[in-house]
Write a protein that binds this ligand. Structure first.
Ligand code: F6P
Length: 368
């Protein structure tokens, strides 16, 4: 990497937002590279919450050794604590938000940090952007099972979640076939359908429902009946949690009042299974795979990606390329300004080749 180099002595590292497999692999890569370069590494506990509450600890080589294959994050994470809009309850129990960035800046300088590596998704990068405005030097690393971070074609954690979701869809196949049922599996992914699309294609789901293509419930039921008529007496539907019927809303499971991104989606699989049963008279069942998709050991692909991303983040720090997010575009590592990524979501573009490939193998997207 070209550019000026800088003399850093101590960096901080944190993991923010929902966890995913590969976080520890990134921590390991950044910390080992930094320690090898003579830097001290401070681990910040529970994402930005640790910076707000001044919970930092010095990481030793042993702390970051033996964690490559371990899911979750040794630092802990938090998907609520955005320093610019930190939610606390007042005496009446009402949630109020405060800007606590001054506190964060104070703790950053108190700990004598020269820069911060922030591993997170879109919410975390928005939080990072708010801190960059206050003068913090940050390098971002893109994580999320949803693969919805703008600016990068892949985030680590996604491949493992796809493998877990595909395994679940494969297993559902046999029981659906035995009982001649329509089985709807609800997958995570928020407002983007990457997880449902990739897992659905990988496991040969008969119908894939994604937020980017609103579905027609009559067309979904019709497809199930069609399959029955030609002797395929079961149907597997992979439904992204953000999928919605034509003209309808996304299904909201609950609201997390103290989260900067409070909506938690959920309910589409139940609704689709019930509607299909009513329309087609075929027996329907639904499964919500949930947080299982965020657990487990990272796949080899995610371990490699996390290690590449972590090392590239270290290189950006050494080249004084601050306030940038490590990305992969066209298979090449690079970086983009965190400012460009904040508050954006990368959904599946219309005409994505995998949708065409899916249609070619007779997969329905519920729209025809
Ligand atoms: O962004 C990751 C993710 O797992 C989404 O796919 C899901 O909608 C959300 O987080 C769930 O959040 P929580 O862990 O707060 O329930």
């Amino acid at each position: 990497m070209r550019g000026m180099t800088t003399q850093l002595k101590r960096i901080g590292i944190l993991t923010g937002g929902g966890d995913c497999p590969g976080l520890n692999a990134v921590i390991r890569a950044v910390a080992k590279a930094a320690m090898g370069g003579g830097l001290e590494v401070m681990g910040i506990e529970d994402g930005f919450l640790g910076l707000i509450e001044n919970r930092l600890r010095r990481l030793t080589y042993n702390d970051v050794s033996g964690i490559l294959t371990v899911g979750g994050t040794i630092l802990g994470s938090c998907n609520k604590a955005n320093p610019a809009k930190f939610a606390t309850q007042d005496k009446q129990g009402r949630w109020v938000t405060r800007d606590v960035r001054d506190q964060v800046v104070e703790h950053y300088y108190q700990a004598q940090l020269d820069a911060l590596v922030v591993i997170g998704g879109d919410g975390t990068m928005s939080g990072a952007h708010d801190l960059i405005e206050r003068g913090l030097r940050i390098v971002g690393v893109p994580k999320t099972i949803d693969n919805d971070l703008w600016g990068t074609e892949i985030t680590f954690g996604h491949d493992t979640a796809v493998a877990t979701a595909s395994d679940a869809l494969d297993k559902v196949h046999t029981t659906a076939s035995s009982h001649h049922r329509v089985m709807v599996v609800e997958l995570m992914g928020r407002y983007a359908g990457w997880l449902a699309l990739h897992a659905g294609i990988a496991s040969g789901a008969d119908i894939i429902l994604i937020p980017e293509i609103p579905f027609d419930i009559d067309a979904v039921a019709h497809r199930c009946l069609e399959r029955s008529k030609v002797g395929k007496r079961f149907t597997i539907i992979a439904a992204g949690e953000g999928a919605r019927p034509v003209g309808g809303e996304q299904f909201v499971d609950h609201i997390v009042a103290d989260s900067p991104d409070p909506i938690r989606l959920g309910g589409v699989a139940k609704w689709v299974a019930e509607q299909v049963e009513t329309i087609s008279r075929l027996e329907g069942r639904y499964i919500v795979l949930g947080h299982i998709q965020r657990g487990g050991t990272p796949t080899a692909h995610d371990r490699i990606l996390a290690t590449k991303f972590g090392y590239y983040a270290f290189e950006l720090l050494m080249a004084a390329q601050f306030n940038r997010l490590v990305v992969q575009q066209n298979g090449q590592l690079g970086s983009v300004p965190i400012a460009d990524v904040a508050r954006k979501v990368r959904t599946i573009p219309p005409g994505h080749p995998l949708i065409a490939a899916g249609r070619a193998v007779n997969t329905s997207f519920g729209d025809e």
